[in-house]
Ligand binder design. Structure first.
Ligand SMILES: Nc1ncnc2c1ncn2[C@@H]1O[C@H](COP(=O)(O)OP(=O)(O)OP(=O)(O)O)[C@@H](O)[C@H]1O
Length: 214
């Protein structure tokens, strides 16, 4: 008997996904799915494997087993690059380019949503007036806001957000939540790592709790 393909596969599906370092399991096997219009909150203590999971999903680390599917198909590098926008701990900007030059560079490299200009994205994240500031002159919170501007211009439907609230003030936390809400309303999805309940976007949410391997 052959199985019929799911006509509405989830945006992201993880099947028995696992990762180990030096034969010591870090996480898995993990089975979860994320549909368009919802968020997956990945919770866990320091060292539980949240960043590692996001890096494996993004293809920055190879899994030790299991499968990652995007829209019902095995995730290859090209599909990942189109479908995923990764916001990690390191902003990855060119220190001697301005905020606007960095955004223009990344949009040129990875594409952008036609409806969103880099200038408008800077205004949305509270960096109007900082267009010409060099990335190395920005504070940690301003760098995070610049990363959020990049996220906002990205055409990728699946956001992988590693501790998106870190370094942000209350207004910045609200900004992240509003951005995630708007992205999900537009048919996107988000994975959001967090240590606990101090902040979470008010959206349809699934939970994935990671526990440190014994
Ligand atoms: N580059 C690395 N080399 C070796 N071990 C690593 C490396 N990065 C992480 N680890 C280990 O892998 C485990 C999972 O780390 P990870 O960064 O994924 O946790 P986390 O849940 O994101 O933690 P935090 O909440 O502190 O950010 C930890 O035990 C950590 O020490």
């Amino acid at each position: 008997m052959t199985s019929t393909p799911d006509p509405h596969p989830p945006l992201l599906q993880s099947r028995a996904l696992r990762f180990a370092r030096n034969d010591e399991p870090v996480f898995g096997p993990l089975d979860f799915a994320v549909d368009a219009g919802e968020a997956l909150l990945v919770q866990g203590d320091n060292g539980a494997g949240k960043t590692t999971l996001l890096r494996v999903l993004a293809g920055l680390l190879p899994a030790d087993g299991g499968r990652i599917e995007l829209d019902g198909r095995p995730a290859d590098a090209a599909h990942r690059a189109r479908a995923m926008a990764y916001l990690g701990h390191l902003p990855g900007f060119k220190a001697d380019l301005s905020a606007l030059e960095n955004l223009n560079f990344l949009c040129g490299l990875q594409g952008r949503r036609p409806s969103q200009s880099p200038e408008h994205a800077l205004a949305i994240v509270g960096l109007a007036g900082y267009e010409d500031a060099l990335a190395r002159q920005l504070s940690a919170g301003q760098k995070k806001r610049l990363s959020l501007a990049r996220l906002w211009t990205s055409p990728a439907p699946l956001w992988l957000l590693d501790e998106p609230y870190a370094n942000l003030d209350l207004d910045g936390i609200e900004l992240v939540n509003r951005m995630v809400q708007a992205h999900l309303r537009d048919g996107g999805a988000a994975l959001v790592t967090t240590h606990g309940a101090y902040a979470a976007p008010p959206v349809r949410t699934r939970m994935l709790v990671l526990e440190k391997a014994a």
